[in-house]
Design a protein around this ligand. Structure first.
Ligand SMILES: *Cc1c(COP(=O)(O)O)cnc(C)c1O
Length: 403
């Protein structure tokens, strides 16, 4: 079979692959502790499920407008006003089949061959492939651990070329949890305006913030910045609705129209039932979010303290999201490391470590190289306190065997 050049450039999502591997081991009766998946472990709140059931009973089971039902668009507009102090009209928002699909559609609509899209590392695994699927070029900007894995205006300026079209900002970040303050965004915004860049602001973790940190995005800074920012969000992370597949976009009306064209010719509408459930999620009792964040906060401290107690591992306390992104480069220097590299050969050290942890310690983590940082691994702490305690114990034992 001859395949397109497009698909030959793209590999499957590594986070989904690791979860599949861990699940296969579990199915064989092996007791694996999974820190792989990037999704909340809570059930979708009852009142949201009830809204979906009501939608089914009421026969809301047919095609909807490609860009979503007016009720959901209105709920999104209300959400932006309530949570973000941002004013959008109905025609400036659209609904997609998950936040990932929102980004995919935007890339298809905005980018061409030759266009460069700036992606700060560590980045969400899906940004570069989605940019490549639009025939454009991902341009990675390295960040430093001492800057909390955030890029500076100097880093940004250095990465800009005449071909640069857009900058992706994901704050709080998957995988590092890094969260930009208003001040830091203002500094980056000067560069954005000077070079007339578009900003794709992926706000999917906006509500998962700790220590009273306030959320801010580029669109919040000024009208001028709101004009050049497209905001992406969704219900997956905030309401534990990953399987429902609802994401949304807000921004320039022309862009929204084009996204709706591509959607009308590809997926048609997002699932009608999930849209009705999302109306309820966005307008209903928001205290469900705070409850989840309280649990995440406790687990965050548990996992980060545990990781920092392992020889060769250092971990920053993530200010947002539900991932720990420890630096494990010290493990690569332990006396027993060479033998591990021989046992699990791979050109990337974080992949070697991940194989060792999965096979020998029965702990599933994601290699940092998939996010652009081979000195790190990613652990999702959206799992129980017991799993965290036992998983960290196993990791500590396996790693300190190498010392
Ligand atoms: C989970 C996630 C999304 C969106 O997920 P969907 O389930 O497709 O809505 C978007 N961006 C980042 C960085 C994520 O981690």
């Amino acid at each position: 079979m001859k395949f397109s050049e497009r698909i030959m450039k793209v590999k499957p999502s590594p986070t989904l692959a690791i979860t599949a591997k861990a699940n296969a081991m579990k199915a064989q009766g092996i007791d694996v502790i999974g820190f792989g998946t990037g999704e909340p472990d809570f059930d979708t709140p009852r009142f949201i499920k009830d809204a979906a059931i009501r939608a089914i009973e009421a026969g809301k089971t047919k095609y909807t407008p490609a860009g979503g039902i007016p009720e959901l668009k209105k709920a999104i507009v209300d959400k932006f006003r309530r949570d973000n102090k941002l004013e959008y009209t109905i025609s400036e928002v659209t609904v997609n089949c998950g936040g990932k699909h929102s980004f995919y559609n935007l890339a298809q609509v905005l980018f061409d061959k030759g266009d460069e899209v700036l992606i700060p590392a560590p980045y969400w695994v899906s940004y570069p492939p989605m940019v490549e699927l639009a025939d454009a070029t991902p341009a990675i900007i390295e960040s430093k651990e001492e800057n909390g894995y955030k890029i500076t205006p100097e880093d940004l300026t250095k990465a800009i070329t005449p071909k640069t079209r857009a900058l992706v900002i994901n704050s709080p970040s998957n995988p590092s949890g890094a969260t930009y303050t208003r001040k830091e965004l203002e500094a980056l915004a000067e560069v954005v305006l000077a070079h007339k860049l578009l900003v794709l602001s992926d706000d999917i973790y906006e509500s998962i913030l700790y220590d009273g940190l306030e959320f801010c995005n580029m669109a919040n800074l000024s009208d001028e910045l709101k004009q050049c920012t497209i905001v992406l969000n969704g219900v997956s992370k905030a309401y534990s609705m990953t399987g429902w597949r609802i994401g949304y976009i807000a921004g320039n009306e022309e862009v929204i129209k084009k996204v709706e064209i591509i959607q009308s010719q590809s997926t048609s509408n997002p699932t009608s039932i999930a849209q009705w459930a999302s109306v309820e999620a966005l307008l209903g009792d928001q205290s469900v979010i705070a409850e989840m964040v309280t649990s995440f906060d406790r687990r965050r401290k548990l996992i980060v303290h545990g990781l920092n107690a392992i020889t060769g591992v250092t971990c920053l306390m993530p200010p947002g999201a539900f991932y720990a992104f420890p630096n494990v480069s010290g493990v690569y220097k332990l006396p027993g490391w060479k033998a591990i590299e021989q046992k699990y050969p791979d050109k990337n050290k974080s992949s070697v470590l991940t194989s060792y942890l999965l096979q020998d310690a029965k702990v599933a983590v994601v290699p940092g190289v998939e996010f652009g940082n081979d000195d790190n691994i990613r652990l999702s702490f959206a799992t129980s306190d017991e799993n965290i305690t036992e998983g960290i114990r196993r990791m500590k034992e396996a790693i300190e065997k190498l010392a």
